[in-house]
Every structure is written in C-alpha cells, then in structure tokens.
Design a protein. Structure first.
Length: 241
C-alpha cells in the first residue's frame, strides 16, 4: 500500500484503528510472514557462516538508541517501561538477576558452534556491508529526529509483530525446529545456543506493548499519525531487506 494512499488530510484515526491499518500494511507487505525470513539450516557449516556474517560490523548491537528513547520520553509511565526495556536489552544482570545483554546472548549462540570471542571481536571491527550500514544509519536517524512518541512506538514494526498470535506462533515453531536441528548436529546445550531467539520471542511481547501504549496515548493528531505511518513503512521495508 503506497504511503500516499494512506494519507488523510486533517483527519486523525482512533489509535487502535491506526494500529490495525498498519498491521494490514505489514500483512500485505510480508504476506503474513515474519519481518525477517526464518530458514532451517541444512548443515552445521551453514549455521556457522550465517553467525559469522551476523557479527560483521557489530550488527548484533542495535541498541544505540535505547537509552536515547528513555531520555527523550516525556511521559512518566512510558519512561518506566522504557527503563525496563533498557534493562532487558543491555542485560538484566546489570540489576543483579536474569540474563546478560542481547549481544552476549548472540555470542552464546556462536560459541555453541565453535566460534570464539577472538573471532567475534575481529568481525565486529570490520565495516558493515553497504546495505546493512544504510539500514543502521536510517534506523538511528529516525529515532533521533522523530517526535519522541514516534521513536518509542517505532518498535511496533519488529517487536510488535510478536503481539500478532499467528506471527508469534511462527517464531515459536521455528525455535522448536531449530532445537531439533541443533540436537541432530550434536550441539550440547541447545537452550543456551538458542537463548537469543528464545528471549526475543518472549520479552519482545512486553516491548511491543510499550509501542502500542505510545500510539494510544500520544500519536493522536493527523500530523503525528502521518509521520508514524511513514516511519513504520520505511522501517518495515528496510528491516525486511
């Protein structure tokens, strides 16, 4: 659906109707699939190569703007939700309990396949491929230049997909399939090897609710809704590329 087709001069939708409109855009664009394609690896080497590519340029570290969302937020309740999200992303161990940061969980998954921290450190210092660099720059810029409520709500694209039961089920089914494949490959601690995927399938539900709350409470004017439509669609298109 073209952005121009969605624009309504001088008219603001009820927030839940806006959300459903954008979810319809998601469904049409992705044909009901998850934001990032989910494939079952055919071999252990295929998993290793995918994980090595994932570490290039420190692409796992996508939390450059999490703290900025917290600082920019002007609503007390949303600030608390943003703070909880920041703890989840950057490590529950920072407050003495739970799992470490998401980049560390990604390393666990690589360690399970024999990839060392030395290899990961070297890959993270390399330049990002051009397409991923453009995506990272666009995403960070959107968060830094948009209205604060929009930069909070922008996670409706990625984390918010877990609020759709049919999409979250796809993610859970994929994790179960990976558990079987990893076991067949001889991976000893499958749960730890998949901690990154398992954590995101769960905690992103709460993070998605944060985005929905931001839309319902603050994205209520025609101008903000149009800005959010554009940000949502751009994030959807580039996040899937």
């Amino acid at each position: 659906m073209a952005i121009a087709e969605m624009k309504r001069e001088g008219e603001a939708l009820p927030p839940d109707q806006l959300i459903e409109e954008l979810e319809a855009v998601r469904k049409e664009f992705l044909s009901g699939k998850t934001l990032r394609p989910r494939n079952i690896p055919k071999s252990k080497d295929e998993v290793i190569q995918a994980k090595l590519r994932h570490h290039v340029g420190n692409a796992v570290q996508n939390h450059k703007f999490v703290g900025e969302k917290y600082l920019n937020c002007e609503d007390k309740a949303l600030r608390r939700m943003n703070l909880r999200k920041m703890v989840d992303e950057c490590g529950q161990t920072s407050v003495g309990v739970g799992l470490p940061s998401h980049p560390t969980l990604a390393r666990w998954g690589s360690h399970a396949f024999g990839i060392t921290d030395e290899e990961i450190n070297k890959l993270e210092k390399e330049d990002l491929p051009a397409d991923r660099m453009m995506w990272q720059c666009t995403k960070v810029n959107l968060h830094r230049t948009s209205h604060w409520a929009i930069d909070t709500a922008m996670s409706l694209v990625g984390e918010g997909e877990k609020l759709r039961p049919e999409i979250r089920q796809q993610l859970l089914d994929h994790i179960e399939a990976l558990k079987q494949e990893y076991t067949a490959m001889g991976i000893e601690d499958v749960e730890k090897a998949l901690a990154f995927e398992i954590e995101h399938a769960a905690v992103d539900v709460e993070h998605g609710e944060l985005a929905v709350t931001a839309v319902r409470k603050f994205i209520k004017t025609p101008e903000l809704q149009d800005e959010f439509r554009r940000a949502f669609i751009l994030t959807l298109q580039q996040g899937h590329a």
